[in-house]
Design a protein around this ligand. Structure first.
Ligand SMILES: [Zn+2]
Length: 157
C-alpha cells in the first residue's frame, strides 16, 4: 500500500518504501529522537564513520554478544571477561521486536560493560546490539541508547 511517491524527490524523507516504513516505526519507538535526518542518510553517515575509523564491526559486535551471553549467566552479578572487561547484565521479562521487521526477538536486557584498563563504560541493549550488528544502525543522535561509532571503537581499544 505504498501510495503516490513519484520518486521526484518531492519530500526530503525516505523514498524507499520499505525503509520509509521502518523509519516510521523507529520514530514511533524513540530510536530517532532529535534526529531529523532520513534513515538512509543516518545509515550512510554512520557507515562512513565506521569505515573512516577502520572499525572491525564483526569483531566488535561478536564481543558485545559475548558480553551478553556470559554476563547473563551471572544473573545480575558482575562478570569478568578476558581479564579486561567487567560486565553486568540486567534482564527484564519480555521481548522486543526488531523495528527492521526481520523477526529478531530481542530479550529486554541492558548490558553495562567496564573496560578495566581504561575505565571506559559501554552500555547497550540486546536490541541495540542487534541494530548495529544486523542493520548498521547506531540509533538517532539523541536516542537514549545511541552509541557513537567512535565511542564504540574507543571502548574496545
Ligand atoms: Zn533486525
Amino acid at each position: 500500500m505504498t501510495s503516490s511517491s513519484d520518486g521526484d524527490g518531492r519530500s526530503p524523507a525516505t523514498e524507499n518504501p520499505v525503509l520509509a516504513r521502518i523509519e516510521a516505526q523507529l520514530r514511533k519507538g524513540n530510536y530517532l529522537r532529535g534526529d531529523d535526518r532520513p534513515l538512509p542518510r543516518i545509515l550512510e553517515e554512520d557507515a562512513a564513520e565506521v569505515s573512516r575509523l577502520q572499525m572491525d564491526l564483526e569483531e566488535i559486535t561478536s564481543l558485545m554478544k559475548r558480553f551478553y551471553d556470559e554476563g547473563r549467566k551471572a544473573l545480575g552479578d558482575p562478570v569478568k571477561i578476558d581479564d579486561t572487561f567487567e560486565v553486568t547484565v540486567r534482564e527484564d521479562r519480555g521481548i522486543l521486536a526488531c523495528p527492521f521487521r526481520d523477526h529478531f526477538p530481542a530479550p529486554k536486557a541492558i548490558i553495562t560493560a567496564v573496560n578495566l584498563k581504561t575505565g571506559k563504560i559501554l552500555r547497550f541493549t540486546v536490541l541495540g546490539w542487534h541494530l548495529i550488528h544486523a542493520h548498521g544502525f547506531f540509533q538517532g543522535k539523541e536516542s537514549p541508547f545511541r552509541i557513537e561509532p567512535s565511542d564504540l571503537k574507543d571502548f574496545f581499544e
